[in-house]
Design a protein around this ligand. Structure first.
Ligand code: ATP
Length: 870
């Protein structure tokens, strides 16, 4: 039994041990699973923590990035806005009070915005807080009284200070303080309306609006139309009406007055009437800008929820100083128009078919005064003593014409006989390549070269003939008809301006005679052919020269007299004696009193202003628009390269023309052509250059020789008998393709004939001496028929005569001559008419006579052949 029990115990023990063992194993497994789970949980927790911190860092950096971008964009946007704001509120409209001063608006510009304070947005620099007013809105301001009145004061000062004196008329209704609220503006003489005056004020305004509206064509334009189309110049001043209503006003206002106020709100802005109101309700309208003031800040319709920190009010002494000086300027009247005021809205938009109409200045009421040229009046006479502003007037007139009429409509010929270069600005120069596209010809420094004036008149005479023929062909009576019949033709109106024209008519010589004849013809027939003369003179004698020719003066029905001008207007018309400086009398009825218009002339002299305008016109010139011909009497023309031998020298076999032309200088004509001497195989085809000016004599001979060498095969003999000329002669010798040299050591005149022309260039031939005279005479007599031509320089006419045989010698062998410093009387033996030519020698001018082509000698300008004068 015991053993059985023992066995049982053992079994139980065994089982218990096993159970304990498995329980332990289970526990161990559970323990390890728990450990594992715990470590996993730790890992997850760590990962979560890492993740969280990474996310936080990423969020931080993203936020920083966004903030940085936001700040950058806000700053650049604010910069743009500031730029925009600055350009919308320039000068007095936007400057801070400590820097404030009144500013002139740009001509033709529209009123901009007005600053009332600053907008601080985030941490960007403050932006100006701007509100519209003139040509845009009425202002309705609400808030505590002193702050509102300060704001209104500032707005008024900015509006007045950024417009021209007189452009804004101020009306103040201030029943409570009897105008005292805006007392600093008193010097401007605003209309103060007292208590009880509101009704009639509103009625007046409505009436004014109706009147302006009628003058605008009866259509109240929309704000957009107004903004797009309002021209820069105002027919009427703006009316700025400040209504500072008190409680009584609101209570006492009648229904009729409210209706009138509503009308003004709806239609006032379009007609330049603006209300600035506090203390009264205004009807809702797109033209009402409401400003809500709270202490030192404000919000307004146009800026939405943006808060404006208001500027302090302007210092009262600044308002007073501004108002005093403005009142002063108003008393003095508006300043004269500027050159830019004469410009049209659009360049080159006018047709000259019926005439040319252009303003030259304004009258004292500010309206522009237009000057006509056409069938009537056809020509103008301008007069005034020296310094009275003739040149300035011509500048203004030409500027006004040139901006209206393009080169197809207008051609200008300008000649100035004064010492100076007034018309040089219209031609290209070393500093400015631009030119005025309408200018065909400009003559400057021509006071010594009346011949050039004559050349221009001859050219215009030709043009007159061409036009008359064309008119005949088309059966047209006047330019307008010709242009209608021949629409593809080029028939611009021509305006020829001659400043100090009396120089051309002075003297009783052939130039004056022909000039008068041409002027008479142009004046008489130019009217119908669209050729208009504008003659200006300071000299009473000059004008008298015209008075002596009633047929001529009668054509000049447009008279412009500058202060103190005499004999420009009719004798009983004394207007020119009384007008102030920089004014002119314009009279289109030959100066009769009763037809005067007084004009204030702008200052048109500033070169830079003109250059800017001219460049603009020049850049828009049509293709093929030619450069004007500039004749400068002080400039010496150079021998053109085309008249010098260059490249391949013509061979002996090249054809020689029957009469090659020796070029002696530049002709004083419109086309600047070279003066040529034909050297044919005929007796007398020799040239004598006469006078003592070595340099010019050498230049004439060099130009002749080089131009002959450029034309065909030729041989030259250079004979130099004056040491003063030897350098120039040697230089020429070196440049000639085929030449022999002779000087005092081996001078000879028995020179051989050749197959090609042989030109003998003699420097100071009179120095050869008596021993050589027979040979020289034979050469002169017999040479030309063998194609040996003498181009010789003699230092005086008597010396030439000695070489030709002394007293009683005949000059037949000298078929052509060029006289330098030789007086007219000394040229008698060489001149076809008795008494010699009228010739007063002047530097770089020569008198050229060729027996075979000239009736009278012609003035030429010897070319400069070598620029270093060697
Ligand atoms: N409207 C004007 N406004 C301002 N300055 C002017 C005006 N007109 C002329 N001037 C100035 O007066 C001076 C003389 O003018 P301008 O040269 O036109 O006179 P002028 O009659 O042509 O004289 P002159 O015959 O002696 O040449 C110049 O300095 C010019 O700038």
């Amino acid at each position: 039994m015991a053993s059985h029990r023992n066995a049982l115990v053992a079994v139980v023990r065994q089982e218990l041990a096993e159970a304990r063992g498995s329980a332990r194993a289970l526990l161990a497994a559970a323990e390890s699973a728990r450990g594992e789970a715990q470590s996993r949980r730790r890992l997850v927790r760590d990962a979560y923590a890492t993740c969280l911190s990474q996310l936080a860092a990423a969020r931080e950096s993203a936020r920083d990035d966004i903030q940085r971008r936001f700040r950058g964009e806000a700053t650049s946007l604010a910069g743009h806005l500031r730029g925009l704001a600055t350009s919308s509120a320039t000068g007095a409209a936007g400057a801070p009070w400590r820097l404030w001063s009144p500013s002139e608006p740009d001509p033709g510009g529209r009123p901009g915005l007005l600053r009332i304070g600053a907008i601080t947005f985030e941490d960007t620099a403050a932006l100006p807080g701007l509100i519209p007013l003139l040509d845009a809105v009425h202002l309705h301001v609400t808030g505590p009284s002193p702050a509102v009145d300060d704001l209104i004061t500032g707005v008024l000062l900015r509006a007045l200070g950024s417009t021209r004196p007189g452009d804004v008329h101020l009306t103040v209704y201030d029943p409570e303080n009897l105008g005292g609220t805006l007392a600093p503006f008193a010097p401007l003489n605003p209309t103060f309306v007292g208590p009880g005056g509101l009704g009639s004020l509103l009625d007046d305004l409505v009436e004014h609006i109706c009147r302006v509206n009628e003058s605008l064509g009866g259509q109240y334009p929309s704000l957009a139309e107004l903004t797009a189309a309002r021209p820069g110049t105002r027919p009427e001043p703006w009316r700025l009406v400040v209504l500072l209503a008190d409680r009584a006003t609101t209570v006492e206002m009648t229904t009729g007055q409210r209706a009138q106020l509503g009308r003004i709100v709806r239609t006032g802005v379009a007609c330049g009437v603006h209300l600035v109101v506090r203390g009264l309700d205004l009807d809702d309208d797109p033209t009402v800008e409401r400003i809500l003031v709270r202490d030192q800040t404000a919000t307004c319709d146009s800026l939405g929820s943006l808060e404006i920190r208001l500027d302090p009010p302007p210092p009262p002494d600044r308002i007073a100083a501004f108002c005093r000086s403005t009142a002063e300027r108003l008393r003095a009247g508006p300043g004269p128009a500027s050159l830019s005021d004469l410009e049209p809205a659009k360049y080159w938009a006018e047709s000259s078919i019926g005439g040319l109409v252009a303003p030259i200045g304004d009258s004292t009421d500010g309206s522009l005064v237009e000057v006509p040229l056409g069938d009537d009046p056809p020509h103008a006479l301008i007069g005034g003593p020296s310094g009275s502003g003739k040149t300035n007037l011509i500048y203004a007139w030409l500027g006004s014409l040139a901006t209206r009429y393009g080169p197809e409509e207008l051609a200008l010929y300008l000649l100035d006989f004064k010492e100076g270069v007034s018309f040089a600005r219209y031609a290209p120069g070393p500093r400015d390549p631009s030119w005025l596209p309408q200018v065909r010809l400009a003559g400057i420094n021509v006071n010594g070269d009346r011949e050039f004036g004559l050349a221009m008149l001859r050219h215009l005479g030709e043009e007159l003939r061409t036009r008359a023929q064309a008119a005949k062909r088309w059966d047209a009576g006047k330019l307008a008809e010709l242009r209608a019949e021949d629409p593809t033709g080029h028939w611009p109106r021509i305006v020829a301006v001659i400043d100090e024209f009396q120089v051309l008519l002075a003297g009783r010589d052939a130039v004056a005679e022909e000039a008068v004849a041409l002027l008479e013809d142009l004046a008489r027939r130019g009217r119908s052919q669209g050729i208009h003369l504008v003659l200006a003179s300071q000299d009473v004698a000059g004008i008298q020269a015209l008075w002596g020719r009633p047929g001529l003066i009668a054509q000049f029905t447009l008279r412009i007299a500058l202060p103190k001008a005499r004999r420009i207007l009719a004798e009983d018309n004394l207007a020119a004696a009384v007008i102030p400086r920089f004014h002119a009398v314009v009279n289109t009825e030959s100066g009769v009193s009763g037809a005067n218009r007084i004009v204030r002339l702008p200052d048109a002299g500033d070169r830079d202003t003109w250059r800017t305008l001219q460049r603009r016109l020049w850049r828009t010139r049509p293709g093929g628009c030619p450069e004007p011909r500039l004749f400068d009497g002080d400039a010496v023309p150079r021998l053109p390269a085309s008249l010098r031998p260059s490249g391949r020298v013509p061979g002996v076999d090249s054809p020689v023309g029957s009469s090659p032309g020796a070029v002696l200088g530049e002709r004083i004509d419109v086309a600047a052509q070279p003066a040529r001497l034909r050297l044919g195989r005929m007796p007398g085809r020799n040239l004598a250059v006469l006078g003592t000016r070595t340099e010019e004599a050498c230049d004439v001979l060099a130009a002749a020789a080089l131009s002959l060498a450029a034309q065909g095969p030729a041989h030259f003999s250079v004979i130099c008998l004056d040491p003063g000329a030897s350098l120039a002669a040697a230089r020429l010798f070196a440049e000639l393709p085929s030449a022999d040299w002779y000087d005092t050591t081996d001078v000879r005149f028995d020179l051989p004939a050749m197959d090609i022309p042989h030109y003998v260039l003699g420097y100071a031939l009179d120095a050869a001496g008596a021993a050589h005279r027979p040979a020289l005479k034979t050469l002169l007599t017999e040479g030309p028929e063998q194609r040996i031509h003498v181009l010789g320089w003699w230092r005086s006419v008597p010396r030439l005569r000695d070489d030709l045989g002394g007293i009683g010698a005949r000059f037949d062998t000298i078929g052509a001559w060029v006289a330098l410093d030789v007086h007219g009387a000394d040229l008698t033996p060489l001149h076809p008419q008795p008494g010699g030519p009228v010739w007063y020698p002047r530097t770089r001018r020569a008198l050229f006579f060729d027996r075979s082509v000239h009736r009278t000698p012609e003035v030429i300008i010897p070319y400069e052949v070598n620029s270093d004068h060697t």
